[in-house]
Every structure is written in C-alpha cells, then in structure tokens.
Design a protein around this ligand. Structure first.
Ligand SMILES: *Cc1c(COP(=O)(O)O)cnc(C)c1O
Length: 446
C-alpha cells in the first residue's frame, strides 16, 4: 500500500485499525533503538506516513487527531497547499547558495514581512537562522554588541532551547540540562508572574519582585538583556498577569537593557494575534521567532529595532544554512496563509471551544487546577484533591490514555502536570471536539 498524500484533503477522521502503536510502528521502534541515540526520546511511537488538516496517519493506517502540531509548528496544517506549492517551485530552482555568498530575494522578502508584522512602527531589521535556539543565541549576541554589557536575565519556568547558551537560559533541569554543564556564565534568573502559583500577585507586584531581584543581584549597569516568553511554553503555558511584561519593558527601556520577547512558540497567529506581545500592548526591542514560521520547514529569525540589529560589525552574524531558500519560500506561503485564512480568528474560536470544554468538567472535578492560555495555545494544570499539589502521575495517565485512543496530546510544565493543546489552526471543530472528548474520557478513567 502506498502512503496517502498529506494535506487538508486527507480524510479528517479518527480511525484506529490496530492497537497503538501498531505492528509496523513497533518494527520501526525496534530499528530506532538500534540506530538512534537513546537520548532522543519519542512521546508517541507511531511512525508518521502522512498528515494534514487535523490528523496524522501512521504506518499501520491509523488516523490520529493532532492536538500538538509537532510542538506548535504546523499552525497552517501539515502540507498546507500554498506551502507545498511554494516548496516545490523553490526546490526545483535552486536548493542552496548561502545567503552570505550569493543572496536571493526570498530571504529579503521574509525579513520585510517580519519587520512589517511584528509589533511597533519603528524602523526594523531581521536576520534569519535555522532553529529557535539559534535565534535566541543570536538575539543575545546582538544585545551584547549593542549595549556593550554582558549579563542576561531569564525567568523561572523559562524554555529557550538546548544549545549551551540556551540551556543556561532554560530553567528546568530534567531533562534539558542535567549532566550537560558547565553552562555559559553571566546568566541570572528572576521570578516570573505565575498567577496560579504565586498567590495571584498582580502584574505590577510580580514585576516589582523581579526588578528588585535584578537590581540587587545583577545591576542594570551590567545587564545586556532580559529575555522572556510572553506566554511561557514548555514551563507550563504560564500566562503572566496583566501589567507584568509592561513593567519589565518600561524598566528595560529606562535602563538601556534590551527586552527580548521569545515568541518562538507563541508567534504566528497561535495565540489569536500574530504575536502574543500584542495581547499586552508591549513593543519588544527584539523578537525571536521560529516554530510556526514556515509550515514545518526549519527557519528562525531575530527581528527588532534597526539601531540594535545594526550594531553588529559586518559578518558578525550568519551561518551556512540560515534563511535557506526553500524554508524562506515556505515561510512566505505560510505567512500568507495565516493572513488570508484569518487563522488568528480561528485560534480565538479554538480557545473558546477548549476553555468551555474544561470549564464544564472543572465544575465536578477538583483535579483540574487551572485552565489557561490564549488562542490555540491552551493548557490544563492537574493537581491533587487539595487543589494545588501538582499531579504528574495523573497527567501522564491522561496523555497515555489519549494516545492509545488516537489523540496526540503533549504534556509540559516544570512539575510535569500540564496537558497542553496546540492544535493546527486548520483543524475542524468536529475533530477538535472529538479529541477533547477523548481527553475528558481519559480524565474520567484515570
Ligand atoms: C521550542 C522553543 C525554543 C527552541 O527552539 P528550537 O527550534 O527547538 O531550537 C526556544 N524558545 C521557545 C519559547 C521555544 O518554545
């Protein structure tokens, strides 16, 4: 049997024809264990052969509901038609020259689009890279050049990547950091606003705590940059209280500190706005983007104030593959799809569907501690009967049951007690509801 083609015309249904994982996937898992490093783990070992709309089809012919988008990447859906066409056209023209050797227009067009779409009316510049971590690394490099200072502040529950510098910025030890040190120096950590766990401090109160820590422990005169995710992703979809980010932005501006919004996970219509910073009305100095930018092709960017982005000497930034022409063609088609299909509005609808579903369940189930997020970036934090102690065991059981019943969900959170929902914005409401019903059933039997 040939694998079906992916994209939105793939049958939009949950259909299990074997147990999960099926025999073909199990064969591949056995081969994986002999070929792939054990350090590279798999959440749900079904081997993908096609995906599109809101489903993933595996090697055994099972069709699963996708509530993860490959970790917030395929916002436009897998193999979205415009993306497929743009990639096929680009790949037939040339595959690579290196933008630093002989450039091409698609890179410039992506930069123009990012400069236009990111918050703020000031002059902007962009630089393109391959991964989210690489964008974060470069944002820090740029901020250090501009400020001639070196210290960087990241926050509790932060996730910024797995390279050496970004591991240092990431908060969680297991699995991201343990045994991989020593880490880059001059990185400091401040307390974030986490309404469910900080006694519902106001944004202003939480910001005062963080700024006090920064002033006492680092000093603005040493600080190049503050980096924060407007909604903290891997750390548990933590939505800082209103005013928290605004106070940090104001303090950074007053102290010649570059404010970097890491929108690698929140960017590109995912939260119901093109960028999550817009929800708070903040204008970051620099924004890092990746995941949702190019429909699944590897691309990332740093976009920000012209005077900061231009502070680096010629040839100080770059990389062999950064802004690869096929990834750039995909990004242009992806961004056009977000805009033309009004996927930001679709994300808001998805938020309502998910929120209503869990608010209803919460009435009779105290283990649902918190329901939070924005747009199609929603999460449920699970707790013990006391209403606050994290329950990672329950969370893992819900994920397992959902997987076995054909729904791809992801967990997250510093305490491993959060299920996050990141459906492709191309998912139908019927399929989304069916997926959520399976998760509800998983909760009821766990
Ligand atoms: C995923 C992520 C990164 C790292 O991106 P990679 O492409 O995996 O290197 C950085 N920051 C945030 C907020 C992320 O969610």
């Amino acid at each position: 049997m040939n694998a079906p083609l992916g994209g939105p015309t793939l049958a939009q249904e949950r259909k299990l024809v074997t147990s999960i994982p099926g025999p073909r996937s199990q064969e591949w898992s056995a081969r994986k264990s002999h070929a792939v490093s054990d350090g590279v783990s798999v959440g749900l070992p079904v081997y993908t052969v096609a995906a599109g709309g809101g489903v993933i089809v595996d090697a055994d012919g099972n069709s699963l509901i996708d509530l993860g988008s490959g970790i917030a990447v395929t916002g436009v859906g897998n193999s979205a038609p415009r993306v497929v066409q743009a990639v096929q056209d680009a790949v037939a023209q040339f595959t690579h020259t290196c933008f630093m050797v002989t450039p091409y227009d698609s890179y410039v067009r992506v930069a123009e689009k990012l400069n236009e779409l990111t918050p703020g009316e000031h002059p902007k510049r962009s630089a393109l890279f391959n991964s989210g971590a690489e964008a974060v690394e470069n944002a820090i490099k740029i901020a250090r050049q501009y400020t001639k200072k070196t210290a960087v502040v990241a926050f509790d529950h932060a996730y910024h990547g797995r390279t050496n510098l970004t591991m240092g910025l990431t908060a969680k030890n297991m699995p991201y950091k343990s045994g991989f040190g020593p880490f880059a120096s001059d990185i400091y950590r401040a307390q974030v606003s986490y309404p469910f766990r900080d006694g519902a401090l106001s944004g202003a109160e939480a910001a005062k705590i963080a700024i006090d820590q920064i002033e006492k422990q680092v000093g603005a005169e040493n600080l190049a940059a503050i980096i924060i995710e407007p909604i903290l992703g891997e750390g548990g979809f933590i939505v800082p209280a209103d005013g928290f980010l605004n106070a940090l932005v104001d303090w950074a501006r007053d102290n010649n500190v570059v404010f970097i919004a890491d929108e690698v996970q929140t960017g590109f219509a995912r939260t119901g706005k093109m960028f999550a910073s817009e929800h708070y009305g903040i204008v970051p100095d620099l924004i890092t983007t990746a995941k949702g930018i190019a429909g699944g092709l590897p691309l990332s960017a740093v976009t920000g104030r012209q005077e900061i982005m231009d502070a680096t000497h010629p040839s100080g930034l770059g990389g062999t593959y950064g802004g690869n022409p096929i990834a750039c063609a995909a990004a242009l088609a992806t961004i056009e799809t977000y805009i033309e299909e009004k996927l930001d509005d679709r994300a808001v609808e998805i938020e309502h569907t998910i929120r209503e579903h869990f608010v209803r369940l919460q009435d009779t189930d105290a283990r649902i501690g918190d329901i939070r997020g924005r747009g199609a970036m929603m999460a449920v934090e699970f707790v013990k009967e006391d209403g606050i102690t994290p329950d990672p065991g329950l969370t893992a059981a819900i994920a397992r049951h959902s997987h076995q019943n054909g729904v791809v969900v992801l967990t997250c959170g510093t305490y491993g007690n959060v299920i996050r929902f990141l459906p492709p914005l191309s998912i139908s409401n019927a399929l989304l509801m069916e997926g959520l019903d399976v998760v509800a059933e998983a909760l009821s039997v766990s």
